[in-house]
Design a protein around this ligand. Structure first.
Ligand code: UT7
Length: 330
């Protein structure tokens, strides 16, 4: 199997910052104290009226390509993860990006696994290199405008989410001396608990299109919370065990950024004494669904904290329910 490397990263966050205090002015049942104390979130970014999954994804993609030093016309494929596409669902966001980037030679498709979309897509992308004659770079984008899919009167749900996009460019690692690779991936699902994160408005039945909550996320918060802690614990445990990794060998763990308390509880159950290894930006970015992991990777890459050869674990969970993770050597 061809080894791969992440050649470049990019991200985009909308300019508009909405603080907990601002939310609480509109939703008197909540407060900064409650939100921060129960989630670790202080603020989130909210897309402007003309921003969309494709417009945010385009900027993240351009930044990733620039970071990689790769021209759009050299891309072989574009894979987009989004639960909030511009259209429902066609034209695909990946096809819009292919056009806007000028990536004329790239295949393009959207591949959704909710918040785990990026985790799943990294593995899917790597597998295209099974073809000996396919060596072109692949662009992975995860872009979400979750704030358009929440009920802004539902103070139990809307406080969690923010908007943003992340992107990475992968390419074959042809340098035998360079350790970079996507070494292992876990992709799991628990469809029996799908209703814990439910978004109507699909083609399930004629009535589902006109359902009173057709276009807003309905969430069983406590149930997802419990599931999420176990999911992160299981993924980190399995990835370390089957790759013979000790915690000391891992440079960073990048969890899905949904709630600080989920990360804290999972870390405790895994036996970490502190959260030093865990990358956390949920305080200012909130939950950007599948964009959360590539946004975090881009922040880490651009701050210079990632070194080639670093061992990184990614762990996520989300609607579906899906969960999973990756073991990357940077
Ligand atoms: O990508 C995956 C997306 N989803 C998630 O990750 C969600 C995971 N779940 C969570 O993060 C947490 O369950 C929440 C933050 C959503 C809720 O926290 P919780 O500690 O599980 O609260 P709860 O739903 O059990 O509610 C406890 C109390 C209730 O009041 P009473 O009935 O005890 O008087 C709620 O009404 O907290 C109240 N409450 C709030 N109060 C102020 C719930 N949400 C809020 C709020 N502000 N935003």
């Amino acid at each position: 199997m061809t080894r791969i490397r992440i050649a470049g990263t990019g991200s985009f966050l909308p300019e508009r910052i909405v603080t907990n205090d601002e939310l609480a002015q509109r939703l008197p049942k909540t407060s900064d104290e409650w939100i921060y104390g129960h989630t670790g979130i202080k603020s989130r970014r909210v897309a402007g009226p003309n921003e969309s999954a494709s417009s945010m994804g385009l900027i993240a993609a351009q930044r990733a390509l620039e970071n990689a030093g790769i021209a759009p016309e050299d891309l072989g494929m574009i894979i987009v993860s989004t639960a909030t596409p511009d259209y429902a669902p066609t034209p695909l966001v990946s096809c819009i990006l292919q056009d806007k980037l000028g990536a004329t030679g790239a295949a393009a498709f959207d591949m959704s696994a909710a918040c785990c979309g990026f985790i799943y897509n990294l593995e899917i992308a790597k597998n295209f290199y099974y073809k000996p004659d396919f060596r072109k770079p692949i662009l992975l984008v995860a872009t979400e405008v979750m704030t358009r899919k929440v009920d802004w009167n539902d103070y139990k749900t809307c406080i969690l989410f923010g908007d943003g996009a992340g992107a990475v460019v992968i390419e074959p690692n042809e340098d035998a001396a360079a350790p970079s690779d996507l070494v292992d991936t876990i992709m799991r699902a628990d469809g029996a608990r799908g209703e814990f994160l439910l978004l109507e408005g699909g083609c399930r039945s004629y009535d589902s299109l006109n359902h009173p909550k057709a276009h807003v996320l309905q969430m069983a918060g406590t149930q997802v919370f419990t599931f999420a802690i176990k999911a992160i614990e299981e993924v980190v445990q399995d990835l370390t065990k089957r790759n013979d990794l000790t915690y000391d060998q891992i440079a960073r763990i990048v969890p899905h950024q949904a709630n600080f308390r989920i990360i804290e509880s999972a870390a405790k159950r895994l036996g970490f004494e502190d959260l030093d290894k865990f990358y956390i930006n949920v305080d200012s970015v909130a939950n950007t669904a599948s964009a959360s992991i590539p946004i975090a990777l881009d922040e880490m890459n651009r701050s210079g904290e990632l070194k080639r050869g670093d061992k990184i674990l990614i762990a996520g969970f989300g609607a579906g329910l899906t969960y999973g993770g990756n073991y990357l050597i940077w």
